[in-house]
Design a protein around this ligand. Structure first.
Ligand code: ASP
Length: 590
């Protein structure tokens, strides 16, 4: 039916028509004025003699009224418009009667009584309703992304993203930074994920790698004397996708010359504060700072969610001769049932923890010490845990502390409806500093860089580079927001001799280092200044500010979890000739 109607419908030209206002602009004070609006038909209600249309553009919605008594012709034409038709209307602004005021619309005090209507285009019935509160399957949203992006929620998110980018540029320019571009067709970078490769046509058998970050280039820019660099830049990593991960993502990439850690923090704090302000949130800097070791001892994780209180290591273990005991405090859970306590115990057991949920059954002085350390209140849940496993590895107590951290988070999440501490509108920023320099790769039986191999070691740990790499602390730092890693960076190595030692600790010989990063190593010998930087994940930041739980909701055209674009159907096969030109032969798989 709709098709027939659309086919029969005579469309109007835009001609000289010009909008007087957006659809989100008119107010009671405009009553009596004439206005010409254009947009999409969000909703249409036909009451016979009166037809209401909610006209929508990116600024909002305005109610349009077509009355049969006002302009017969126009009213008849209004009968033909359907959802998502593109129309222009002209008329006069009228105040609504008090009982018809819509408090949910910014324009809800008025309506436009139309005496002219132009139908500029029709639309097929949209694949899903345009209302925000309707749950739509993600596949349909991604296939018809152009329609999905028109929905008010997505428009808010994408426009917020644009405002955030603008604020970033504003702050960075004000702080004396320059935005400098770096190449996409380059060599492998040091982040250590899998590269996306691009075959070279005129150099058959060779490949460019898309950058996992502009890391090497931003360091080169410091060596070239640009002093303060930033870039809002796309990075590419071929990793398994998750709610907060995409193959291509955007980073706010920063590098400075002659910085200390504080210099970087003093740059990022006003940046983040301003960005939050743009999104309507007030946060105060400076943000608290905590070493990695402290974070592990208090939260059992390197990205603590500080909306929930830390745990405490007790001086005396519950079981004599056992490992240290940890007191975990979750506020305002109220009394927990036997079943609920058993669930927590079972979860602890799975994580290698013995849970003491009833403090009356442990030594009174230990119970009191736990109460005192955590400042437990009336309705809070305080329980003790001890490790049941023999810890191994270079930092043996970490496995145990991490298990405590996971249990703490899991119990806190489970009872969030009671304590409501995990409020997405409350922002707890935190700098975590001095990460370990190396992690032990159990599979490859060697040390790998915890951040990347250009990260400086703390001066006092330089010695340990060759004797005890597991003890080496780095000058790497993360910015954490509510348990999410928002940014990470480091003070870099600017001396060739130190860089060699780090490569050696990583088991990378000179030839290998030269093959992978030769040009940076050469550059370090031409007057490299001390330098350092950081990169903030723009997608995650906007996701949190928009109150979304997937970065796909703040990226205009994302990929599915399987890495496909349902709209353009990428990735796709290409004609054989194109593959041949690249000097590549495809092998058939069965
Ligand atoms: N290049 C690093 C990353 O993408 C950030 C940095 O060290 O500045 O994680």
């Amino acid at each position: 039916m709709l098709h027939n109607m659309a086919d029969e419908l005579q469309l109007d030209f835009l001609g000289e028509l010009t909008r007087t206002n957006s659809c989100g602009e008119l107010r009671a004070s405009d009553a009596g004025k004439r206005a010409l609006l254009m947009g999409w038909v969000h909703r249409r209600r036909d009451h016979g003699a009166v037809i209401f249309v909610n006209l929508r553009d990116r600024e909002g919605q305005t109610q349009i009224v077509f009355q049969s008594g006002i302009a017969e012709e126009v009213h008849r034409r209004a009968e033909q418009v359907r959802s998502e038709y593109v129309i222009a209307v002209e008329g006069h602004v009228e105040r609504r009667s008090p009982e018809t005021i819509n408090p949910n619309l910014a324009t809800g005090e008025i309506e436009l009584v139309a005496d002219k209507l132009w139908i500029l285009n029709t639309s097929l019935t949209p694949p899903f309703p345009m209302e925000d509160n309707v749950d739509v399957g993600e596949d349909a949203r991604l296939k018809y992304r152009y329609v999905d992006l028109r929905r008010p929620r997505m428009q808010r998110n994408i426009i917020l993203r644009s405002k955030v980018s603008f604020a970033v540029r504003e702050v960075m320019y004000k702080l004396g930074f320059h935005e400098i571009e770096t190449p996409f067709l380059t060599r492998s970078t040091p982040e250590g994920a899998r590269d996306f490769l691009v075959p070279s046509r005129i150099n058959p058998g060779t490949f460019y790698a898309l950058p996992q970050s502009p890391q090497i280039f931003k360091q080169l820019l410091m060596i070239s004397g640009y002093d303060k660099y930033f870039q809002i830049v796309r990075c590419f990593r071929d990793e398994d996708l998750r709610a907060d991960r995409q193959y291509e993502f955007t980073q706010i990439d920063i590098e400075m010359s002659f910085p200390r850690e504080e210099t970087i923090f003093d740059t990022v704090e006003p940046l983040v504060t301003r960005v939050c302000e743009v999104a309507g949130f007030n946060v105060t800097a400076p943000f608290p700072r905590m070493s990695y070791a402290e974070a592990m001892r208090s939260y059992g994780i390197d990205k603590p969610d500080r909306r929930i209180p830390p745990f405490h290591i007790l001086k005396t273990p519950v079981i004599t001769g056992g490992p240290f005991t940890v007191a975990i405090h979750i506020p305002k859970t109220g009394a927990l049932s036997r079943k609920q306590r058993d669930e927590i115990k079972a979860e602890g057991q799975q994580r290698g923890l013995r849970v003491f949920d009833d403090l009356k059954k442990v030594d009174e002085s230990i119970a009191n010490a736990a109460r005192e350390a955590s400042g437990t209140g009336e309705d809070d849940f305080l329980f003790l845990v001890e490790s049941t496993r023999q810890e191994q590895g270079p930092r043996p107590e970490e496995t145990y502390l991490k298990a405590c951290g996971q249990l703490r988070l899991s119990v806190a999440q489970k009872y969030n409806d009671k304590h409501k501490l995990l409020d997405p509108g409350r922002f707890e920023f935190l700098w975590v500093t001095n990460f370990p320099m190396f992690e032990w790769d159990e599979e490859e039986k060697r040390w790998v860089a915890a951040h990347h191999p250009f990260t400086s070691v703390l001066d006092e740990d330089l010695e340990a580079l060759s004797s005890d790499p597991g003890k080496c602390r780095s000058r790497a730092y993360d910015l954490v927001l509510n348990g999410t890693e928002l940014a990470s960076g480091s003070i870099r190595i600017h001396r060739r001799d130190v860089q060699n030692k780090v490569f050696a600790a990583l088991g990378m010989d000179d030839a290998e280092a030269r093959r992978r990063f030769g040009f940076l190593l050469d550059a370090l010998e031409y007057g490299a200044p001390p330098h350092g930087g950081i990169a903030l994940g723009l997608d995650r930041l906007v996701m949190i500010l928009a109150g979304e739980s997937s970065i796909r909701d703040v990226i205009p055209f994302p990929k599915t979890a399987k890495g496909t674009d349902l709209m353009s159907e990428a990735p796709a096969a290409v004609p054989e000739r194109q593959v041949r030109e690249l000097g590549i032969a495809l092998r058939k798989t069965t």
